[in-house]
Structure formats: structure tokens, C-alpha cells
Design a protein around this ligand. Structure first.
Ligand SMILES: [Zn+2]
Length: 323
């Protein structure tokens, strides 16, 4: 084993639908990658086993053994405790309402050190160090997907608060407003999150509003309105799709502007499944909406779209081993 091999790191992005793994060198270059679907049944131990398999596959593609890695970083949903390696309440994963020692389990299976971080936070840090956010010292990442997550970099360092900072999706944009998946009312995510947008589309459709959204969903063999379903419906100029996305964009602008008034960051990076698909197209509209609410309006933050693409979360996770 050369010295160089010891500088290679693994990264795992644990998502609700897929597990993406990478092996990267010290410069963040990807040497191997693998993607597996996230198990939809079983429990945390089954998910951990799929993560192990996917990491082994990426390592094999990179020509390195997992135990020779400097370590493996994991971006996890739910409450990921970086100190204990325990993940709790990952509700979009099967049987994961409770706690599971994910870090310990993977470390034992793969015979190397494992560190855990919040999935969105590590993806935002990836953009800050290797992607769109590189020129800036302070930024706000807005991960627009099933929910709306966020990550904050201040003075070149991630701001985690007491562990729960960055939950921009639950900034209140309308008191007593729409019901959010978190159970409260009027959160930004209640208007902009894909899960909430789907719930709204289903209600409208059931009430007789004409839309091709669900036809497109079935044609593509899905049982949910995935980002690609929304994209197709938008391309076909489906009126309900256009109005729901525009509504999402307006509330995104409102919430992000409020966060910027508080933090005064240099840049906002839009990422996530919907963000990467629609960010470019709608960034002017998001900025226009923000413009109504930004207090110091003559110098708004730069609006950027995430650059690292599908591997961004896993690459960001691998950076848990570079500091
Ligand atoms: Zn909420």
C-alpha cells in the first residue's frame, strides 16, 4: 500500500431513493463511484449493508481496498450525530424511526474510520470547497428537493448551531398557512418541498383540476411525482405544474430573502433534485421575489446553482476527512 492510497477517502450520500458512493483523492477528484437503490423494506441494518456493498463497488472501481482508505464520510438524513455516529429518526428510510449506530456498523464492516454528517450540510460544504461556492467565504445553501434543506457557511466555516442549524425549509413564510410535512403550518417547505407540492397537486386533481402530471407519472412507471415527472410536465406546459412551481419559487424567494436579511451571506447556492433541474430556469424569478424582501436591496447575494451534480452529496461527505 503506497502512501498515496492512504490519502484516498470514501464518501457516501445516503438518500431516500439511492445510495451514492465515491472514492476521491486529496484534490476531490473522483476515482471510482457506485450507486445502489436504497432498500425500501427491512431496517437500518439492511440499509447499512447496501451502503457497504456500494462502497466496496466504488473502491474496487478505484483499485483500492476499503481498509486502505483514510476514512469514509457519510452524509445522512435524519438526526446524524457526528460525535457518536448514531442516526435517529431518518423517516424516509425503512424502519428507521428510532436510533441506529450507523458509523460503528460501517466502520466494523469496512475496517476503516467512519464520520457522519448531515446530508445537506455536507453537500453544501462540497459546493463551498470544490463547486459553485469556491470564491466566497460565506454562503447559504438551499437544497430544494423532497423537502427544503439548508446549510450555512460563515467566515469559511460551517455553522451548525447546536447541531440543527440551517433548517431553512421551516422558516415561516405565512402564519397559519399551508400544513408542512413537519406538522406545523406556513413553513416554506409547505409550499416549495416536492412532497408538499405533490400533496397539493393530488388535492387539486381530486377536486377536478385538469392536469397531465399523474398521466406522466404513470407513463414513466412511477408512483410519485419525482423531479423528472415535474420536469416533463413543465416541458408540456401543464398549467397546474406551472402554477405550483411558480408558487414554490415565490415562497422560496420569500424565505431565502428572510434568511439573507439575517445572515448577509455573499452567495446563495441552490441545489437538490428540483434545484438542479429548475434553478437555472427560475433563478431570475427567485431573485425578483427576493428583491421584494431584501432589506439592503442594492447589494443582494450572488445566486448560484450547485455544480457538483449527482455526486455532490457523496463528494461533500468525503470531505469530512480532509480537514
Ligand atoms: Zn415545517
Amino acid at each position: 500500500v503506497s502512501e498515496k492510497t492512504g490519502q484516498l477517502r470514501g464518501g457516501i450520500d445516503l438518500g431516500g431513493t439511492k445510495i451514492q458512493t465515491v472514492i476521491v483523492d486529496s484534490g476531490g477528484q473522483v476515482l471510482g463511484e457506485a450507486r445502489h437503490p436504497t432498500p425500501t423494506s427491512g431496517g437500518p441494518a439492511d440499509v447499512a449493508r447496501s451502503m457497504e456493498d456500494a462502497l466496496r463497488e466504488a473502491a474496487s472501481a478505484a483499485g483500492v481496498k476499503p481498509e486502505a482508505l483514510q476514512g469514509i464520510g457519510v452524509g445522512s438524513p435524519g438526526d446524524a450525530d457526528g460525535k457518536t455516529g448514531v442516526v435517529s429518526g431518518a423517516r424516509n428510510l425503512p424502519g428507521w424511526e428510532g436510533s441506529f449506530p450507523l458509523g460503528q456498523t460501517l466502520a466494523k464492516a469496512l475496517k476503516t474510520e467512519v464520520r457522519l454528517g448531515n446530508d445537506v450540510q455536507v453537500a453544501v460544504e462540497g459546493e463551498y470547497r470544490l463547486g459553485a461556492g469556491k470564491p466566497y467565504d460565506s454562503l447559504l445553501g438551499v437544497w430544494w428537493g423532497t423537502g427544503v434543506g439548508g446549510g450555512i457557511i460563515l467566515g469559511g466555516k460551517p455553522w451548525l448551531g447546536r447541531g440543527a442549524a440551517g433548517e431553512i425549509g421551516h422558516i415561516v413564510v405565512k402564519r397559519g398557512g399551508a400544513r408542512c410535512p413537519c406538522g406545523r403550518r406556513g413553513c416554506m417547505e409547505a409550499y416549495a418541498g416536492r412532497a408538499a407540492m405533490e400533496a397539493k397537486a393530488r388535492r387539486e386533481h381530486a377536486a377536478g383540476v385538469d392536469t397531465d402530471l399523474f398521466k406522466i407519472m404513470r407513463k414513466r412507471g412511477k408512483d410519485r411525482l419525482t423531479s423528472s415527472v415535474w420536469e416533463h410536465a413543465l416541458r408540456e406546459k401543464d398549467p397546474l405544474t406551472e402554477s405550483l412551481i411558480r408558487r414554490a419559487v415565490r415562497y422560496l424567494g420569500t424565505g431565502v430573502a428572510s434568511a439573507c436579511n439575517l445572515l448577509d451571506v455573499e452567495a446563495v447556492v441552490i441545489g437538490g433534485g428540483l434545484g438542479v433541474r429548475f434553478g437555472e430556469r427560475y433563478s431570475a424569478e427567485i431573485e425578483r421575489e427576493m428583491g421584494k424582501h431584501i432589506f439592503v436591496a442594492d447589494d443582494p447575494p450572488k445566486m448560484l446553482i450547485a455544480e457538483l451534480g449527482d455526486l455532490g452529496g457523496a463528494i461533500g461527505a468525503s470531505l469530512l476527512f480532509s480537514a
